[in-house]
Design a protein around this ligand. Structure first.
Ligand code: GCB
Length: 601
């Protein structure tokens, strides 16, 4: 799905700001048609933001079910004759949207965009009322899954993943206009002719443009970063050649502009500018190659998580987080455990940050659930994660692929985090999902993230992926406090995975650490233990040839559900939740850049 943009033929209006907001504790709003009039008894709620932590009290923090958002906006006068679209960059987890009294769209899945053509419902210069009812419930039919328990004290939301179920309108909302005949979709496939490591390389940009409406023609032009034209072609599909191409590289997000014009006779009916980074990605044996050169992942599994705004997108927080990634020497991140805001992906594209792009399929594991305090008999079954969840998961894969398919930063898809992968039921569930991502994606590697309870000897899914991604907690959940035993066990296990002959990435490793807790006997939870544990992992990584990347868990401390295993959230961050460095951050910077915090060797 194309992102809204301003162009010579297109215009956007952001609907960010304060919306009216009302939780619907009794679930009566739909029946009482709250959308049909100004929302009564409403408070102000910022958009984008999670609603959970905005006001004090448990009521909103722990709310289960619908909440209502409402705003009004005036349709710009200049939009007469245009197609007008209302787009939500996300609504967590499901939403139905009304313009005036008319329902315009419903969407399930909390981390991908959706939109509605509202042309017939709006008039330029007139005010419209937009109402969204957003449901945060996770069930056995949603991705991620969860359980809503009915209790005498009201509904209680349980889930099997380790981050707080923040909800609401986390990302921008747009009203935008395009011509009636318009560019509907663009797919670009970059490549190179011959050896991508050669001094002068000819790049290729395969493209396919879908047009909505009758159009006599499509014209595309590829411009370099200075605006100079390097290639052009007529027709909705084709391949452009770029002699002496400037490649998109890790650390240097060079991008071209593909200017796509839909023609109406001699005039341009619509123009959309698609960013294009030309690079190759390939798995060869145990190596992960970007532009033909071995790439070693250094970075983090992250979370969209901040004080007050929860998962709400914020440019200042985003740029700061990327600045910290640069400071520490990270070259990559995983969007654990859901698709991140498109602003984040744009930034990664533009700055050469390599991304492992993950769906929201997390918490499909009874053993992990047990650690976090939820007991489940069987995860994969028709009564639990079954065909309905599988259909939602397939849809989540499709929507993620469609949203991010053109992004040069995305070099690997992760279709799930830590599902059970040793049972016949899990294989039956995942086999068609691997087939789906392979049908969609012909050029990038794919995989999933393996859990410590499904090691190489019993795992049944690693064979479907191109890369082995493992999360391991030796020295924490297993052999807690015993780094000598942990080191031996870690190395033994990685050697077993080597037999797959694929690149191995450690997509999570780490230890909960209370910032400021110091202990010279190496006690768990201290900053010393976190550092020692990371160093132990690094020693092992450096001994295993097939090992191609290290992503520490986590970039920063983050909020989780409440329970007896978390104290104000998960504390495995290299940074605190307010982004202050723990000692581990300095250690990582030393390993990844060779420098201390003052920039000295
Ligand atoms: C994991 C999960 C991650 C948790 C982490 C932990 O394996 O993938 O979501 O937060 O462990 O700290 O327990």
């Amino acid at each position: 799905m194309l992102r809204p943009q301003d162009s010579a033929t297109r215009e956007r209006r952001s609907l960010e700001g304060l919306w009216r907001f009302r939780p619907d504790a009794d679930g009566v709003g739909r029946q009482e048609r709250w959308y049909a009039r100004p929302l009564a008894d409403a408070i102000d709620m910022p958009v984008p933001a999670s609603y959970n932590d905005i006001v004090p009290g448990r009521e909103l923090h722990d709310h289960v079910g619908d909440v209502w958002y409402q705003t009004t906006t005036r349709v710009p006068r200049g939009w007469a004759g245009q197609r007008v679209v209302l787009r939500f960059d996300s609504a967590t987890h499901a939403a139905t949207v009304f313009v005036g009294e008319t329902e315009v769209v419903s969407h399930e899945g909390g981390y991908t965009p959706f939109e509605a053509d509202v042309t017939e419902l709006v008039a330029p210069g007139e005010e419209i009322r937009i109402t969204a009812v957003v449901d945060n419930r996770l069930t056995w039919e949603t991705i991620p899954p969860g359980i809503v328990e009915r209790t005498p004290h009201g509904p209680r939301q349980k889930y099997m993943h380790d981050f707080f179920n923040y909800a609401g309108l986390h990302r921008p909302v747009w009203l935008y206009a395009t011509p009636a005949v318009h560019v509907d979709d663009i797919t670009v496939v970059p490549g190179v002719q011959g050896d991508p490591t050669a001094e002068h390389v000819t790049g290729t940009v395969g493209y396919a443009v879908a047009v909505a409406g009758e159009s006599p023609g499509v014209r595309v032009r590829l411009l370099d970063a200075d605006g100079g034209e390097v290639a052009r072609a007529d027709g909705a599909t084709g391949t452009l050649e770029v002699p002496d191409v400037h490649l998109w590289q890790p650390g240097e997000g060079y991008q071209y502009d593909l200017v796509v014009e839909v023609l109406d006779g001699q005039t341009v009916a619509d123009v959309y500018v698609q960013k294009v980074g030309v690079r190759t990605v390939e798995v060869r044996g145990t190596q992960f190659l970007i532009n033909g050169r071995p790439f070693y992942f250094r970075g983090f599994g992250m979370h969209e998580d901040h004080l007050t705004r929860g998962k709400g997108h914020d440019d200042a927080e985003m740029v700061h987080d990327f600045a910290l990634l640069e400071w520490i020497g990270a070259n990559s991140l995983r969007t654990s455990h859901y698709p991140y805001a498109e602003e984040v992906m744009d930034y990664a594209d533009a700055h050469g940050i390599v991304v492992i792009d993950e769906t929201a399929a997390v918490g499909m594991n009874a053993s992990v659930a047990a650690v976090l305090g939820t007991k489940i008999e069987q995860v994969f079954s028709e009564q639990t994660v079954g065909s309905k969840a599988q259909a939602a998961h397939a849809q989540a894969i499709r929507e993620l692929y469609e949203r991010d398919k053109n992004r040069p930063s995305v070099v690997l898809w992760s279709i799930a985090n830590e599902p059970e992968s040793h049972t016949p039921e899990s294989e039956e569930y995942f086999k068609p999902l691997f087939a789906l991502i392979r049908e969609l994606e012909k050029h990038r590697p794919v995989g999933f993230v393996n859990v410590m309870y499904s090691k190489a000897d019993v795992d049944r899914l690693a064979k479907y992926g191109d890369v082995i991604m493992v999360n391991r907690y030796y020295g924490w959940y297993t052999d807690p406090g015993d780094l000598a035993a942990a080191e031996a066990a870690l190395e033994d296990e990685l050697r077993e995975w080597e037999s797959h002959g694929k690149p191995i990435l450690m997509t999570e490793y780490g230890a909960d650490t209370v910032a400021g807790l110091h202990d010279l006997t190496g006690a768990m939870w201290s900053e010393e233990y976190q550092g020692e544990l990371l160093q132990m992992y690094h020693r092992v990584f450096d001994r295993v040839d097939a090992f191609q990347g290290e992503h520490v868990w986590n970039f920063a401390d983050f909020q989780t559900s409440r329970g007896i295993v978390r104290v104000d959230g998960n504390k495995k961050g290299a940074f605190t939740r307010d982004r202050r460095p723990k000692a581990a951050a300095h250690l990582l910077r030393r390993r990844w850049t060779g420098r201390d915090w003052l920039g000295q060797d």
